[in-house]
Design a protein around this ligand. Structure first.
Ligand code: G3H
Ligand code: ZN
Length: 297
């Protein structure tokens, strides 16, 4: 079984990105696992602080580990958007493969200092866990919003990226390159798309020299995704699109079976609805020529 570090290295060598999908229950986990398994591509399951508080830190770690052991799948677990060292140390002890240590709301120098301290502390607990640091403003909340804020003036600069990586010792960098968390109503309806600053991604990749993560992937134009991956994005985070599919699947199932009370009869359409989104994103991130069943790791 390859490590996440090896999977990321390979993805960058062949111009692909690893899909990262947030989960907060078993239907979402099943959808991500089934999609990754059918396409034979690696996937990262993400659980933010809120998602972990619902599922349980050790419980989600045990679920993912059991799937990896039983099916031999390249499925990895990331502690998404973690804002305190105490919470970060908890996931390190639980054996997560990676963490997004996110102090991006703090002033740059304080973010540098405290992220460096976290890298040292976390590696002393779990030496192989990859630590991702974050700079710049990409908004908060994987939710439907009336309008998306204009964050184009606060993109990460290549020099900030170089300094942040050099001074913190992080393994992965999440820069602000035009995407933001959540989706507008018009994006949910498919009437508008999110666009990325491809030139900035390429310049940051050149100066940071570590794998880059694109956060806030929901609602992004397909061609922008392809060009962003070619420019150096190694991981793409998708959450809101899955939450929308989860809700639509659930509403449809409840409406179709008004008297049904058996969860395992009502929930398969929810899994199917989310899986369709995950599959479509995984195909895009792993190249258009991908055929179901082809080995890519
Ligand atoms: O960390 C999670 C993400 O960056 C997801 O963002 O909800 O806009 O897809 P999204
Ligand atoms: Zn994010």
């Amino acid at each position: 079984m390859q490590t996440l570090r090896e999977v990321l290295k390979h993805a960058q060598q062949v111009g692909k990105a690893v899909g990262h999908f947030n989960i907060s229950d078993l239907t979402l986990l099943k959808a991500v696992v089934e999609a990754g398994r059918e396409l034979s591509v690696p996937v990262i399951v993400g659980a933010s602080e809120g998602e972990r508080s619902f599922m349980g830190v050790r419980q989600v770690a045990a679920l993912v580990q059991s799937i990896r052991d039983e099916f031999g799948l390249p499925i990895f677990l990331n502690a998404d958007h973690t804002h305190t060292l105490a919470s970060a140390e908890e996931v390190a002890r639980a054996g997560f493969d990676s963490i997004v240590f996110d102090l991006s709301a703090l002033p740059f120098e304080e973010n540098v200092r405290r992220t460096r301290e976290a890298v040292i502390a976390l590696k002393s607990i779990h030496p192989s866990m990859l630590v991702e640091g974050e700079i710049g403003d990409i908004g908060t909340g994987s939710e439907i919003k009336d309008a998306m804020p204009d964050l184009s003036k606060s993109l990460t600069t290549p020099e900030e990226a170089r300094q942040f990586v050099a001074e913190t010792g992080i393994d992965i960098l999440a820069p602000a390159v035009g995407s933001m968390h959540g989706m507008s109503r018009s994006m949910v309806q498919g009437a508008s798309k999110q666009h990325l600053n491809i030139e900035r991604i390429a310049a940051i990749k050149e100066s940071a020299k570590v794998p880059l993560t694109l956060h806030g992937g929901s609602g992004t134009d397909d061609d922008d995704f392809r060009r962003a991956i070619a420019a150096g994005i190694a991981i793409v985070h998708i959450n809101t699109e899955l939450r929308v599919a989860w809700r639509q699947g659930l509403q449809g199932s409840l409406a179709a079976h008004p008297d049904e009370v058996v969860p395992y009869k009502l929930l398969p359409p929810v899994v199917a609805s989310v899986k369709e989104v995950v599959e479509s994103r995984l195909k895009l991130f792993n190249g258009v020529a991908l055929q179901a069943g082809a080995a890519h790791v």
